[in-house]
Design a protein around this ligand. Structure first.
Ligand code: UT7
Length: 320
């Protein structure tokens, strides 16, 4: 049994094609100015025509394994957080497992939309602490733009594609201090894709619909709440946090959350201008960018907080 699990490697991948706000001006009645001022987004990455979620996950996973300096064969648990699986089944995690050449251990997907990565970290943490897994690969990967109605300016300007991955291993020291997960299905219709596959066709509406204003208010409220909950559970104060790494949906949501927490924006990792909202991929993409740019360093304490459809929300308080 391990007392803790710890992140020993991080990696990410963004597809090559970049869609700018001015590209979107040609598709819908919007403007670069509106998108920048209301969301902070300047551009987002879009997957290639033959690129699937498991492809994005594969590239991110390879980098995380390299960073962790372990071989894919040492992985005995793969969890992929995604809302945009390659297929109805098998899971994207199984497809990723095969791409990595792994034949042992368990692989499964977790669906908690934009909170998916926090949910997946929490699950992997339990597996490692109770001794059921030694080395877990936890991935947030999305081809979220597949779910967009490109005629709907309320939603199509907000999202992008990408993947981020971490390797978690057993450790005598933290590691993951805590995770806290929440959900309340009564808010399901506030943000959803109300479609399904039936008798060989998509029925309902297979694109994102959202009450943007309601999501905005809900997100600020619960991101602040879940941050306080994590601090309280660990007897910590906000000044002991080196970095807040929140879900990247809208710069104004992030700024309002930081303000509620009395945390300066200089301690927040922000990637939403270049990535848009990549759903389950946004937090590990931000973590990786923080590390690669030299901001987030070994030994620092990071608070990861997410919120998304369901509604779901949660935190992971970690020491790198
Ligand atoms: O992971 C969670 C996923 N979702 C989110 O995080 C979304 C959360 N919500 C938001 O980010 C914001 O609410 C939005 C960016 C969606 C909207 O910003 P807002 O400041 O709440 O705008 P608003 O609702 O006050 O204003 C919307 C206005 C409407 O026009 P009218 O009715 O006031 O004339 C929209 O038609 O802005 C219009 N609008 C646009 N105009 C230009 C909506 N989308 C656009 C657009 N370009 N792309």
């Amino acid at each position: 049994m391990n007392k803790y699990s710890k992140i020993i490697g991080v990696g990410s991948y963004l597809p090559e094609t970049i869609l700018s706000n001015s590209d979107l001006e040609k598709r819908v009645d919007t403007s670069d100015e509106w998108i920048r001022t209301r969301t902070g987004i300047q551009s987002r990455h879009i997957h290639g025509s033959h690129e699937t979620t498991s492809d994005l996950a594969f590239h991110a996973a390879k980098k995380a394994l390299q960073h962790a300096e372990i071989s894919a064969n040492d992985i005995d648990l793969i969890i992929v957080a995604t809302t945009t699986p390659d297929m109805v089944f098998p899971s994207t995690a199984c497809l990723l497992q095969h791409k990595l050449g792994v034949t042992q251990g368990a692989a499964f997907d977790i669906q908690a939309v934009c909170t998916g990565f926090v949910y997946a970290i929490s699950i992997a943490d339990q597996f490692i602490k109770n001794g059921q897994a030694k080395n877990a690969l936890v991935v947030g990967a999305e081809t979220f733009t597949n779910l967009l109605n490109w005629q709907d300016r309320n939603t199509c300007v907000l999202f992008g594609d990408g993947a981020g991955a971490v390797v978690l291993s057993g450790s005598a020291e933290p590691g993951i201090y805590s995770t806290h997960l929440h959900s309340d299905g009564k808010y399901a219709s506030m943000l959803c894709v109300p479609g399904q596959v039936m008798n060989g066709t998509a029925i309902g509406n297979p694109t994102v619909i959202m009450d943007g204003g309601a999501v905005f208010k809900f997100a600020v409220k619960v991101l602040a709440q879940v941050s306080q909950e994590a601090l309280l559970a660990n007897n910590m104060t906000i000044d002991q946090i080196d970095w807040l790494i929140p879900h990247q949906a809208n710069i104004r949501i992030i700024e309002a959350t930081a303000e509620k927490l009395k945390l300066p924006m200089s301690k927040v990792i922000v990637t939403v201008p270049q990535h848009g909202n990549t759903s389950a991929a946004s937090i590990p993409l931000a973590l990786d960018e923080g590390i690669r740019t030299g901001k987030v360093q070994k030994g620092q304490t990071c608070l990861l907080v997410g919120v998304g459809g369901g509604f779901t929300w949660g935190s992971a308080l970690i020491r790198l």
